[in-house]
Design a protein. Structure first.
Length: 326
């Protein structure tokens, strides 16, 4: 099914690793301890007067991307009537310890401890307000790992998956496999963490996260830290869920998006696939969605879903039929 949107066109942006954005909105820094005592850092965009009709949106970052990458998008949501929480997972950005050597953190920690702490913070800081979530890449997976996932009213994911190598786009699959599943764990073994910043490959990353990312299995529960769960908590999430994927995203292929959506068994799930040419672009890729040049073309799609739980009439892209990947 094809959808059309009246959005204006925006200039093309090269789909490379994200660069940090400067803070511009009315945000305030915070520190929040997770259940195990580890202190997380983040930022809040808060309207002066509390309104129980207003939603608070928690933004879950991609793997090893600082929460500052999402500041312009947070400004946009705030300007459209939402309260917003952004934060860094343990080991990243505002939540980085003095040293990552020997630092214990995994993908499951990022979801079950760190994201869960943000859900708890949202209920305490914004009592009575609905809670919505935006998850980029692994951030969409993290949204299903918190014990309080039942609190999520609406969920928007962008390129969300958990890096199963066979789901990578065929044209770049072997290059990506060598980079992320061979070289990254090898460098991590020698350094005690992955020095991604020095290499220009995202942020420095804890070794446990690298183990989860690089393990070649199609089942999240078979990732090293995924085995910590007696039962994965995804089914607690009953949110109205919109999965946005870009056709030129080598991570977020249809198979990858559908693989993750298959874990959200209690949600109502919609998968919208957008080609760059749908919005007058040459490329968008995995990281560019949250950059300000896309405020007129891509951000309104997420905004409409967060506001109403549905796509606006005329939204560009294609609604994908649901299927179970191999």
């Amino acid at each position: 099914m094809s959808l059309q949107s009246p959005s204006s066109l925006s200039p093309s942006t090269t789909a490379q690793a994200p660069s940090p954005l400067l803070m511009s909105g009315p945000s305030e820094a915070f520190k929040e301890p997770a259940a195990d005592g580890f202190v997380l850092g983040g930022f809040t965009w808060r309207h002066r007067h509390r309104d129980t009709e207003r939603s608070v949106v928690v933004i879950n970052a991609a793997t090893s991307v600082r929460c500052r990458h999402y500041f312009r998008f947070a400004d946009y949501l705030f300007g459209n009537g939402f309260d917003v929480i952004t934060y860094d997972y343990r080991g990243i950005g505002e939540s980085r310890p003095a040293s990552l050597r020997g630092f214990n953190a995994s993908w499951s920690d990022w979801g079950a401890l760190d994201f869960e702490a943000m859900l708890q913070r949202a209920t305490q800081e914004f009592p009575g307000q609905p809670i919505d979530v935006v998850g980029h890449s692994f951030g969409g997976c993290a949204a299903g790992l918190g014990a309080s996932g039942h609190l999520i009213r609406r969920l928007v994911t962008v390129g969300a998956q958990f890096a199963y190598w066979r789901d990578y786009a065929p044209a770049s699959r072997w290059r990506m496999f060598c980079k992320w599943h061979l070289l990254m764990p090898l460098v991590t073994m020698f350094c005690g963490y992955f020095p991604g910043k020095r290499l220009g490959w995202l942020e420095d990353t804890p070794a446990g996260v690298v183990r989860d990312w690089s393990t070649p299995t199609a089942q999240y529960e078979r990732r090293p830290s995924g085995r910590m769960f007696d039962e994965l908590p995804f089914s607690a999430v009953t949110a109205q869920t919109l999965a946005i994927s870009l056709s030129d995203d080598p991570y977020g292929t249809v198979a990858a998006i559908e693989r993750l959506l298959g874990y959200f068994t209690a949600s109502t799930n919609t998968h919208l696939r957008i080609a760059p040419e749908d919005i007058g672009e040459v490329e968008v890729g995995h990281f560019a969605f949250f950059r300000s040049p896309y405020q007129a073309t891509l951000w309104p799609i997420a905004l409409s879903w967060l506001q109403n739980g549905e796509l606006a009439p005329g939204t560009r892209g294609r609604l994908m039929p649901r299927y179970a990947p191999d």
